[in-house]
Design a protein around this ligand. Structure first.
Ligand SMILES: *Cc1c(COP(=O)(O)O)cnc(C)c1O
Length: 389
């Protein structure tokens, strides 16, 4: 071999005995075939085979298999963000003339997708009260081709009755998809409670370090999987194996991070509910939460994300206290090692009263810092709310 070729094709070295505990990062666009006949018949390799880097490498598939195992799913597909995972489900299942039902408490970019891209293409959506339960049956007609669920609801923490909603939808053969990012499959496994599709923003607890974006869609049904997979292929959506390696690394500590963060978050929420009107503390593991019993029935644990409702007239005081926080950072996303706070004007976005009829919602994501430092930032906010009612 000439030098120039050696530069492109280094000598093969042995992997024998290389028992690393880490998942190797396999990068690829091209997959090389042993001969032209193998290339010609590549489609026969099926979904589990390797034909092109976009459609999976051993690294991406290791991550997908791990998520499937946690969700109790047969199939998982990863996407470049949680929002991409959500969009994939909508785009794969809906066509012009169809309707999707979306809860009022959904992650806000879901409504942007519905009001914009989908509406422009003749796909309708109807917003439902997250507390609707089995009454969703009255909204199901022949045009409804997907019921979207997010539980607990973004920022306002309404716990949805997934078994009741899924029961009503199943009776009419309509698939139910749920955004399970808050609990993660460690604390809730929606496929065991009637959901057909579960979406996770891996950006949050799975990755866990605020340094990458990824999403996943998991299903059990073969036909649903085929529909989602072919949509991914057509749109050319895949993820970087390097990012998958980072998510796999994050997952190794996910259970311990979630356990710590949820314990501190519940302790803070409990202290807050003693100092202020407990209705202002939106945390489903508190017995004062309106859907606490339903949460206990379905969930194995809580998240490290919860909110408090601050009176609207305290907005400027709240903002200055947030600005003085020393340990919390201000910003979107959550589920990382750094604690975050973000004030949200939720009332303006909602059609139903839900759990937060008025005021500003301050969403808190508890990370891995010392709880005393975090409480020092929260205490003045708690005192302000307690003082003003
Ligand atoms: C963050 C989030 C998403 C979107 O995830 P990205 O990876 O940031 O796109 C979706 N759903 C919920 C509930 C989220 O909190």
């Amino acid at each position: 071999m000439k030098d120039q070729t050696v530069c492109v094709c280094p000598p093969e070295i042995s992997h024998e005995g290389f028992a690393s505990l880490a998942t190797p990062t396999y990068r690829a666009s091209t997959i090389a075939f042993e001969n032209s006949a193998a290339y010609a018949s590549r489609a026969e390799r099926g979904d589990k085979g390797y034909v092109y880097g976009l459609h999976g490498t051993p690294t991406t598939r290791t991550l997908e298999a791990a998520i499937s195992a946690l969700e109790g799913a047969k199939y998982t597909m990863v996407q470049p963000s949680g929002q991409a995972a959500i969009s994939l489900v909508f785009l794969a299942l809906l066509k012009p003339g169809d309707t999707v039902l979306v809860p009022d408490c959904a992650y806000p970019p879901v409504s942007t997708l519905c009001n914009g891209y989908l509406a422009e293409r003749g796909i309708a959506h109807r917003v439902y009260d997250p507390l609707i339960g089995a009454d969703i049956a009255s909204m199901l007609d022949d045009s409804v081709k997907l019921v979207w669920v997010e539980s607990p609801g973004s920022a306002t923490m309404e716990v949805q009755d997934l078994p009741a909603i899924a029961g009503a939808a199943r009776a009419r053969g309509i698939p139910v998809a749920i955004d399970n990012t808050w609990a993660s499959p460690l604390h809730f496994k929606p496929l065991n409670f009637g959901a057909d599709i579960v979406v996770e923003a891996l950006t949050k607890y799975f990755a866990g370090h605020s340094d990458l974006l990824m999403g996943s869609v998991s299903v059990n049904d073969d036909a649903l999987h085929a529909k989602l997979k072919s949509t991914l292929h057509m749109l050319g959506i895949g993820v970087s194996p390097d990012d998958c390696t980072l998510v796999l690394r994050g997952m190794e500590t996910m259970a311990v991070r979630l356990k710590h963060g949820s314990a501190v978050a519940l302790d803070f929420a409990t202290r807050m509910a003693k100092k202020m009107d407990p209705k202002r503390v939106l945390h489903p593991a508190l017995s004062s939460h309106p859907q606490h019993e339903m949460w206990k029935r379905d969930f194995a644990g809580a998240s490290a994300l919860f909110s408090i409702v601050v009176p609207a007239d305290n907005a400027s005081e709240l903002n200055s206290l947030i600005d003085q926080a020393k340990t919390f950072s201000i910003g979107a996303s959550w589920g990382g090692t750094h604690s975050l706070m973000v004030p949200m004007a939720i009332g303006e976005m909602r059609q139903f009263a839900g759990n937060a009829p008025d005021g500003l919602v301050l969403r808190l994501s508890i990370g891995m810092e010392d709880p005393e430092d975090l409480w020092a930032d929260l205490e003045p906010i708690v005192e302000m709310v307690a003082r003003h009612g």
